[in-house]
Design a protein around this ligand. Sequence first.
Ligand SMILES: NC(=O)c1ccc[n+]([C@@H]2O[C@H](COP(=O)([O-])OP(=O)(O)OC[C@H]3O[C@@H](n4cnc5c(N)ncnc54)[C@H](O)[C@@H]3O)[C@@H](O)[C@H]2O)c1
Length: 336
Amino acid sequence: MKKILITGGAGYIGSHTAVELWKAGMEPIILDDLSNSDPTVLDRLEEITGKRFAFYQGDCNKKSLLKSIAEKHKIEGVIHFAAFKAVGESTQQPLKYYRNNVGSLLVLLKFMEEKGIKDLVFSSSCTVYGQPEVLPVTESTPRQEAESPYGNTKKICEDILVDCVKSEMGIRVISLRYFNPVGAHPSAKIGELPLGTPNNLVPFITQVAAGIREKLTVFGDDYDTVDGSCVRDYIHVVDLAEAHVKALAYLNKQENNFYDVFNVGTGNGNSVLEVIHAFEKVSGVKLNYQVGPRRPGDVVKTWADTTKINNVLGWKAKYSLEDSMRDSWNWQKSLD
Ligand SMILES: NC(=O)c1ccc[n+]([C@@H]2O[C@H](COP(=O)([O-])OP(=O)(O)OC[C@H]3O[C@@H](n4cnc5c(N)ncnc54)[C@H](O)[C@@H]3O)[C@@H](O)[C@H]2O)c1
């Protein structure tokens, strides 16, 4: 069985990807420092798959740790999820973000070079596009100056990968630019586990519905969108996880020195108010929300053109927004 190292594999997207890799006949080897995740996820993964995955707790900035994992397992590919992702915090503590997000990629690439590991899938983000002038966003839409140190780390990491692919390292890399990951595993055994106040809309919604938070504020309802609230492309995390499996399979067929980027989204935009109403419909819970002023720096609307990933990787989103809301709500209820 092909062994794939998943950095940040105990986290939200990494844990779902571990399940999909296993289903596709690959063995995930998980490395996570648990800075933003909980070790019980390993038990949950075992309940879903029937398999106890190899798990190493530690910082992927430590090459000695990566090497010790490679001594125990023949690693044939890497998916690099490990990063900090709180946009607001990144503006307050930029060095923390550059060190972890950029630093860990540098260490990982050096490790891959030394061990002759060729294939890497990198977690990038639609944040690299900023507010695009033309929608939907294709992969050739120009990247814009980053709004935050977090966004900048994704741009810088993409650039580092492009340079490394041109070198003698011979690596093959896909950067997946995620749109807005939402939902949870349909088993409700794994999902997004925000520490403290959620930065993302859907965990905020489910926490308000569960009575953990009093109310949700919608930041602006007077934008030039379908109902005035901001529009995003919400992609179910299981669909997103499957895109990593497709990306690895595709990389495996490429010559050395290969790089490409793919948008991962549904191809549809939904407004914040549409998300709220979809949640209310599937949960039967009336959400306590209010409309507040616009939030400075918010992208007004963005959604993906998914033609490239549909045609080249043969991947297409299967879950609907309502599926995502149902699974997020079941996950939230399982936490009570
Ligand atoms: N969730 C989103 O909205 C979103 C959108 C676009 C891109 N991304 C990117 O996808 C990736 C995964 O995001 P997620 O939502 O699953 O986040 P997450 O925080 O749930 O998962 C990241 C995991 O990495 C771990 N980690 C962080 N630094 C580490 C280090 N140095 N060594 C080992 N482990 C470390 C954390 O403990 C956590 O378990 C990140 O790179 C993120 O920037 C996320």
